[in-house]
Design a protein around this ligand. Structure first.
Ligand code: ADE
Length: 224
């Protein structure tokens, strides 16, 4: 898989891909992540990427021309399965969306900034609009990092058996059961006996029950 991220703030997106699981996925060649600074496609004598909105109102809007130039140059090199715009008014990201995107080959993620992008960018280029929740961030960069992480960890070979995404919360429509590690007792708090029993069918049954109870209690909507 290849992910191209278009942003006015590439420095915000460096560290998420330079640590832990995502870093290893890139090093192993399981995914390529390329950051593109929209400023490299700026226009005019003032190196412009944004401008005031027509009709008045506070906040700058990213212009269509630099984005067109950037997307067009990427498309000259390869075809893209999706061109995604990160925006609070997009479809709310969930595990199903992440699963679907993890099956694609090449993705572009466009990060909005300030008041967002000229609507014509969305009309002409964008194939999917994704929000990471009902709150507003300063820009799409952190949201893009969240989306990319949720996708990359699902790619074959990124996680090993122990960290397998198959046991993630949401993957089977349920929240994950509680987990414990050593010590078995801490200041009077005991790890549930069954987990120390070595009886794996029983442990599995306990985990399923816990997952179901936790989902009923915290996210009954997932069971509907
Ligand atoms: N940009 C600003 N807020 C956002 C959000 N909640 N999700 C995705 N992109 C955003």
């Amino acid at each position: 898989m290849r992910i191209d991220i278009i942003t006015v703030l590439p420095e915000l997106l460096k560290s998420p891909f330079d640590a832990s699981i995502l870093k290893r996925a890139i090093q192993k060649g399981l995914v390529e992540v390329h950051l593109h600074n929209l400023r490299d496609f700026a226009i005019g004598n003032y190196n412009q990427v944004d401008d005031y909105q027509f009709g008045g109102g506070a906040g700058m809007v990213l212009m269509i021309e630099p984005i067109d130039k950037c997307i067009t140059s990427l498309r000259q090199e390869r075809d893209y399965d999706e061109i995604i715009y990160m925006t609070p008014d997009g479809d709310t990201l969930n595990q199903k969306i992440a699963n679907n995107l993890s099956l694609k080959g090449n993705l572009i993620i466009l990060c909005g900034h300030y008041k967002g992008v000229d609507q014509r960018v969305r009309d002409r280029f964008i194939t999917k609009e994704i929000s990471i929740g009902d709150f507003v961030l300063s820009g799409g960069e952190l949201a893009a990092a969240v989306l990319a992480d949720s996708i990359i960890r699902l790619l074959p070979g990124v996680l090993n058996d122990e960290t397998s995404a198959l046991t993630d919360t949401f993957q089977d429509g349920l929240l994950a059961p509680p987990v414990y590690t050593r010590p078995a007792a801490y200041e009077g708090m005991q790890v549930p006996e069954v987990l120390l029993s070595g009886n794996f069918p029983k442990i599995e049954a306990w985990r399923e029950e816990q997952a179901l109870n936790r989902t009923k209690e915290r996210r009954p909507d997932l069971l509907e």
